[in-house]
Ligand binder design. Structure first.
Ligand SMILES: Cc1cc2nc3c(=O)[nH]c(=O)nc-3n(C[C@H](O)[C@H](O)[C@H](O)COP(=O)(O)OP(=O)(O)OC[C@H]3O[C@@H](n4cnc5c(N)ncnc54)[C@H](O)[C@@H]3O)c2cc1C
Ligand SMILES: NC(=O)c1ccc[n+]([C@@H]2O[C@H](COP(=O)([O-])OP(=O)(O)OC[C@H]3O[C@@H](n4cnc5c(N)ncnc54)[C@H](OP(=O)(O)O)[C@@H]3O)[C@@H](O)[C@H]2O)c1
Length: 627
């Protein structure tokens, strides 16, 4: 099986590595940093992690733990970035695939190879040594939350701003904001966390939101709120009803966001990626964070907002999201403009065989589990247990997905690859099931095609000949003794006549043994002519098989023949299926057959010549004596 290349050892790359490792698929995983974890390694030396010191997962432990490896019982419902790195290290060591990860090794170029598959070039970050290897397929798991997206277009007058500006990607701890007037832009999870944290040390913190949004608590009724997401509810209940129930629960438990000074959201619940925070609303309620609409322009140290208000600001943190980017892939392969990518079920590039993307989605749920499920599907594809539909069918699915996104979500670069946890898991299960069906269909078609080859009009039975230095009668005596068949062909393990009759019409049974297989064949003799021919029809597989003998001086030319032209449809299918499964197709089957026949003839030759030579030697001795 062709080797697979995995790019990245964050949540997604680790899911892929674990699945391939478990399923015995050879792979190499390349990781730019010196440790696993991606965003879930604080101060990761890959230089790409967006994780800050106080980060905790916002999808609960129960929802987020890999299905193959639960989180430790003593972990809290929302573990920290440090606990997550420890968990990921344990996962790698538990399954034992650390040696398959090339650390400090960055993939710099991936291109389609002429002979099929992919050529992957990597560079060791310390030594600078470049390596190029060929792979059958590539699983891209480089993450999509590492390349900051600054506000586009930049706000007017931003170049005049006298304070500091960073993207939330670079935010690690709040100390540098102590005593300052801080403005955090955005209403995603980064903005919520960072505004809460800086408000603890800053003189004043403001949060700007251009369209408002809902805030989901981490806990409801003393339990992680996402424990309430049930597969049944999210898959069976119409979204309007789900929305109604969740709105009611939020109203009863925390009230509306307007109660905390936030604007009324411009969209419905679930139509935007959720902002999850236990602390944002109380902080707003305490007045520790001020709410602002979008920025209108900058003017020196003043920031003007679209409602005409102005604030003096010392530091701006743009929590304006991330860009999807694959620096190692040519733009002609995939060019994600505004985070828009076109992948079949968010995984498969329909236009490039063997190019898969893991974790390239924005889930209402947990990345880990979904990446794990995606990887199982890819493993099916790599192992040939599943196949893909036509490019047109894949394009149709992609269009349907994009249409549904456009209908449901607020138009934003952050809503180009949303998936719902349980429905997406069900979708992947469906893709695997359909893929398996397609693979079976393709195998059947291959079987059919494979057996057409020997049965075409120019079909010739397979024949192999050998010259034996022995009289045809001697050779015939050997090969027509079916009890000795196992001597010539080890495949025929034990053969015996059905009764005492010999000759045309007589029957014998062959017990064949081939590794783990053993079966019984029934043979009817069709040619029985001393010194000339012995052949028969194997009724179980429809093959006509046997020997033709021609005298050649003092010796014999022995020809073995194998003819499948009389096989029934069912017998042909069985042969094709066997040939495809065990021997890589009919050509492999023929090659093995010819090698087997050659070996058989050589054994008969050795046996026949061993019988004949002593007689010849005796004759010579007699002649010499007579002389
Ligand atoms: C602050 C923050 C908090 C988040 N919290 C959650 C959460 O609670 N729950 C959730 O489901 N999602 C969350 N997300 C979404 C996030 O996508 C996932 O947490 C997670 O990081 C995805 O894992 P990943 O492996 O896809 O990407 P990453 O974590 O980014 O890992 C990618 C890995 O690939 C490596 N890499 C990249 N390019 C190359 C290359 N060319 N060669 C070799 N290696 C390379 C990187 O070094 C990195 O280790 C959060 C995101 C952020 C930014
Ligand atoms: N575990 C955690 O607690 C945690 C913490 C942080 C992040 N995360 C995850 O990390 C991922 C990234 O989150 P994120 O918050 O960094 O990014 P994000 O979800 O993409 O949010 C970006 C925010 O910036 C706003 N924005 C973008 N461009 C803007 C502009 N020009 N003007 C005004 N506003 C603009 C967006 O508004 P629009 O919606 O209007 O476009 C949105 O509110 C998400 O999956 C998130 O769940 C998780």
């Amino acid at each position: 099986m062709d080797r697979v290349c995995i790019i990245g050892a964050g949540w997604s790359g680790l899911a892929a590595s674990q699945v391939l490792h478990e399923r015995g698929i050879p792979f190499d995983c390349y990781e730019a940093g010196s440790e696993v974890g991606g965003n879930w390694r604080y101060l990761n030396d890959n230089g790409m992690s967006s994780g800050y010191r106080s980060l905790h997962i916002n999808t609960s432990k129960k929802l987020s733990e890999y299905r193959c490896y639960p989180m430790p019982e003593e972990y809290p419902p929302f573990p920290s970035v440090f606990q997550m790195s420890e968990y990921l290290d344990d996962l790698v060591d538990h399954f034992g695939f650390r040696d398959k990860i090339a650390f400090r090794t960055e993939v710099t170029h991936v291109e389609a190879a002429e002979e099929g598959g992919w050529t992957v070039t990597s560079r060791h970050r310390d030594t600078g040594v470049e390596t190029t290897r060929h792979y059958g397929s590539v699983m891209v798991a480089n993450g999509h939350h590492w390349k900051p997206r600054d506000p586009e277009p930049a706000f007017p007058g931003v170049e005049t701003f006298t304070g500091t500006q960073i993207h939330s990607h670079y935010y690690k701890t709040p100390e540098e904001y102590a005593g300052k007037r801080v403005l955090v832009l955005g209403f995603g999870n980064s903005a919520a966390d960072i505004a809460v944290e800086t408000s603890g040390v800053a003189e004043r913190t403001f949060l700007t939101t251009r369209r408002g949004g809902y805030v989901f608590p981490k806990f409801m009724f003393g339990k992680p709120a996402d424990d309430m997401i049930s597969p049944f509810l999210t898959m069976v209940m119409p979204r309007e009803q789900q929305r109604w129930i969740m709105a009611l629960l939020l109203k009863l438990s925390i009230g509306s966001v307007q109660d905390f000074g936030l604007p009324k959201p411009e969209h419905k619940l679930f139509n935007s990626h959720p902002t999850v925070s236990e602390t944002l609303l109380p902080k707003l309620g305490h007045g520790d964070i001020g709410v602002k609409p979008n920025i209108s322009h900058f003017d020196g140290g003043s920031v003007h907002f679209v409602d005409g208000s102005v604030e003096e600001i010392d530091a701006v943190i743009y929590a304006s999201g991330y860009q999807v980017s694959f620096p190692f892939l040519d733009e002609s392969v995939i060019a994600p403009t505004d985070n828009d990518v076109s992948l079949f079920h968010r995984v498969v590039d329909p236009n490039h065989d063997g190019l898969y993307f893991i974790g390239l989605f924005q889930p209402l749920g947990a990345t880990t589990v979904l990446a794990e499920a995606q990887s199982h599907w890819v493993a099916d594809l790599v192992q040939g247990k599943a196949a893909l539909p036509s490019v047109e069918a894949m394009a149709k699915e992609i269009k349907g997905y994009k249409d549904s996104l456009a209908k449901r979500y607020v138009t934003s670069k952050r809503h180009t690859m949303q998936v719902d946890h349980y429905p997406y898991l069900a979708e992947l299960r469906g893709a695997r099931k359909k893929g398996a069906k397609l693979a079976r269909k393709a195998l059947k078609a291959r079987n059919k095609a494979a057996l057409k080859t020997p049965l075409s009009s120019d079909y010739q039975p397979e024949e192999v000949s050998i010259r034996i230095d022995a009289h045809p009668d001697v050779v015939w005596d050997l090969i027509s003794d079916v009890t000795r068949m196992g001597d010539w062909s080890p495949e025929c393990w034990k053969c015996s006549w059905r009764d005492e009759t010999r000759g045309v019409g007589a029957k014998f049974t062959g017990h064949n043994k081939r590794g783990w297989m053993r079966w019984v064949t029934s043979n009817t003799v069709e040619a029985w002519e001393r010194g000339k021919a012995f052949s028969f029809h194997t009724t179980t597989n429809g093959v006509r098989w046997g020997y033709r003998l021609e005298q050649d001086g003092d010796g014999t030319v022995l020809t073995e023949r194998w003819d499948v032209s009389g096989q029934s449809e069912a017998q042909r299918k069985r042969t094709a299926s066997f040939a495809n499964m065990m021997l890589g197709g009919y050509e492999g089957h023929t090659a093995e057959l010819r090698a087997g026949m050659t070996a058989t003839l050589e054994r008969v030759k050795a046996a026949a010549e061993a019988v004949e030579r002593p007689a010849a030697v005796r004759e010579l001795v007699a002649l010499e004596q007579a002389a």
